[in-house]
Design a protein around this ligand. Structure first.
Ligand code: SF4
Length: 227
């Protein structure tokens, strides 16, 4: 249930944002969205089973919002979500359709809105491990290509084209620390090329890997945290 306490806290946070960002004014569509999202979160209370007192959802719910561009959707779901999660001592998980949207949220929206709203929360961007290079495979692809003296059109499963220079540059940048192994920070590689130099957990050698210590996947904080 959406209590007066929560409503008051949301209003107070919006007022704080307006206090530090004079240009900010909650738009009508944004206010409606904030109210609907807050209602949905508030309805999803966790109670205890009468039988064995184990946790049960007493009001799982969802809300579907079609918000136009520019109404301030990020704030409209982050603010009620963050405030209600904090009250319940829960983690708020936000899933977006693209990594670019997640990046925008973590690098731009959250650092802007949360402090302004007086909400102090830790947040972390969790990406799938295949967004990061597998150093072991990258080295193997380069080695294969060198050994085969490959050129365009002479492809194998592990080396789909002859662009060895692309892979060598990636490895050089990775070794020098200029590239952190994150696919989203480079543009010079297509999906086919990328698929040869990344891996999922089934293909990972884990601690048996000679590159384990410097592995971008292993060292990514979001994956260390179990993402
Ligand atoms: S630890 Fe796994 S993901 Fe990392 S470089 Fe080795 S095989 Fe690849």
């Amino acid at each position: 249930m959406l209590t007066d306490d929560i409503k008051q806290e949301i209003r107070g946070s919006l007022a704080k944002i307006a206090g530090v960002m004079p240009a900010f004014k909650a738009r009508p569509g944004q206010r409606v969205m904030i109210a609907e999202v807050a209602r949905a979160f508030a309805a999803s209370q966790q109670g205890k089973s009468d039988k064995d007192k184990s946790p049960v959802n007493t009001g799982s719910t969802f809300v579907c919002v079609n918000g136009g561009t520019g109404i301030g959707k990020s704030l409209a779901y982050v603010l009620p979500g963050a405030l209600i999660a904090r009250r319940r001592e829960k983690k708020l998980v936000i899933s977006s359709s693209t990594v670019a949207l997640q990046e925008q949220l973590v690098r731009k929206d959250l650092p802007l809105f949360l402090p302004a709203a007086g909400v102090h929360m830790k947040y972390e961007l969790a990406k799938g491990r295949t967004r990061f290079v597998c150093e072991h495979k990258l080295r193997r692809v380069i080695e294969d290509m060198r050994q085969l003296g490959m050129f365009p059109g002479n492809a194998t499963e592990d080396a789909p084209d002859g662009h060895i220079g692309v892979y060598e540059t990636l490895l050089k940048d990775f070794e020098s620390g200029q590239w952190d192994g994150d696919r989203d920070t480079i543009e010079r590689i297509d999906d086919a090329q990328w698929s040869t130099i990344t891996t999922d957990r089934h293909g990972c050698l884990s601690r048996r890997c000679p590159n384990y210590k410097t592995c971008a996947q292993v060292n990514y904080p979001g994956l260390k945290a179990g993402a």
